[in-house]
Design a protein around this ligand. Structure first.
Ligand code: NAP
Length: 341
């Protein structure tokens, strides 16, 4: 166990964590950034980022992350591999148990552990993620001008992705495992009424075809009149197979915020597991702050995550200053209260 607690630990090394690290390091908080199993976060799964301010030619997701890390290191941020497995936040300093077996103590904590897009589990997805397969239409949609693409899912995200993609693609087919959408009425209606959006009902994606060189070239869909065809296929029932020529596949079957390690703590989470924040990036537990997709189910953009990372570092800095000032005042009062010799 480290002897002296750190001033600030940032859990997560995606763009929110890196942005927090740059601000905190410049404020001399000597932040320790903990990198989990997906160092760099979701941006490392994206090829080009064209909507991050300041890069008129676009920038690779990986490059953006690497540059952010260099920037944070330049100001003295430390990086260490370790997934936070449990956090004791009921007393300060907080104690974090890492997957490496190490224990870290810290006076303050920024949770920037992100959210992971759910993956379908289709054959080919491991190879093609970032090469025509994407979990973010806002990031990658513009590469599909004139293409035919699939969107997998039947919720609001799938409708939103389909509507966004329909601005670029020739055709967008929403592949949904049932015959009824989960999306809100208004989003569903917009997608259903759109000329360029079609629906493959009671259908699921079995396989994505292509290569990293050629990108996505097609996909195999399965369907069953009662829905959930892959379950039926696994149970040995007959399902219909269809090969489709598409150049892009977008997963929109939901995100999971990476907050499992906080479930048993006093930190408030919403029903989907996202961290709830009050003023700025403060959570309900003093000294714990939240940044990025782990607290933002709505915008989920690189630039907004970087913004909340900066906010969390500023909030943490101010809170630590206030704690230090209160401790100094208490010490002074204790000295003043001592009987003089
Ligand atoms: P969601 O509401 O949980 O919908 C996920 C969809 O993916 C469902 O249709 C689900 O099918 C399908 N799905 C899940 N696992 C699957 C699998 N393994 N294979 C195939 N399909 C699968 O998630 P979301 O659409 O990301 O929305 C999350 C929350 O954000 C919701 O509360 C939503 O309203 C909100 N949101 C709002 C907006 C907006 O208002 N503009 C935009 C985006 C998101 P089933 O229906 O069969 O379960």
């Amino acid at each position: 166990m480290s002897e002296e607690p750190r001033e600030l630990v940032i859990a997560g090394s995606g763009i929110a964590g890196l942005s927090a690290a740059v601000y905190a390091a410049r404020a001399d908080l000597d932040p320790l950034v903990l990198e989990g199993d997906e160092p760099g976060g979701q941006l490392t799964l994206t090829t080009d980022v064209e909507n991050y301010l300041g890069f008129p030619e676009g920038v690779g997701g990986m490059e953006l992350i690497q540059r952010g890390r260099e920037q944070a290191e330049r100001f003295g941020a430390e990086f260490e591999h370790g997934l936070v497995e449990s956090a004791a936040v009921d007393s300060r300093p907080f104690t974090l148990e890492l997957s490496t077996g190490e224990t870290v103590r810290t006076r303050s904590l920024i949770v920037a552990t992100g959210a992971s897009a759910r993956w379908v589990g289709a054959d080919g997805e491991d190879d093609l993620m970032g090469y025509g397969l994407s979990t973010c239409a806002t990031c990658d949609g513009a590469f599909h001008r004139g293409n035919d693409v699939l969107v997998i899912g039947g919720g609001d995200s799938a409708m939103e992705e389909a509507l966004f993609l329909a601005k670029f693609a020739d055709s967008v087919t929403v592949v949904h495992r049932r015959d009824e959408l989960r999306a809100s009425e208004i989003m569903a209606r917009r997608a259903l009424d759109h000329d360029a959006i079609e629906f493959a009902w009671n259908s699921e994606l079995l396989e994505i075809h292509g290569s990293r060189e050629a990108g996505v070239t097609g996909a195999t869909l399965v369907s069953h009149p009662d829905g959930h065809p892959t379950e039926k296929l696994e149970a040995g029932e007959d399902v219909e197979h269809e090969e489709v020529d598409v150049q892009g596949v977008f997963y929109a079957i939901g995100h999971e915020p990476n907050t499992g390690f906080l479930e048993e703590t006093a930190v408030d989470l919403d029903e989907s597991g996202h961290l709830l924040t009050g003023e700025g990036t403060h959570t309900n537990v003093e000294g714990v702050f939240a940044a990025g997709d782990v607290m933002d189910p709505r915008y989920r953009q690189a630039i907004t995550a970087a913004g909340t990372g900066a906010m969390a570092a500023l909030d943490a800095e101010q809170w630590l200053d206030e704690q230090a000032a209160a401790a100094a005042e208490e010490a002074e009062e204790a000295v003043a209260a001592e009987p003089s010799a």
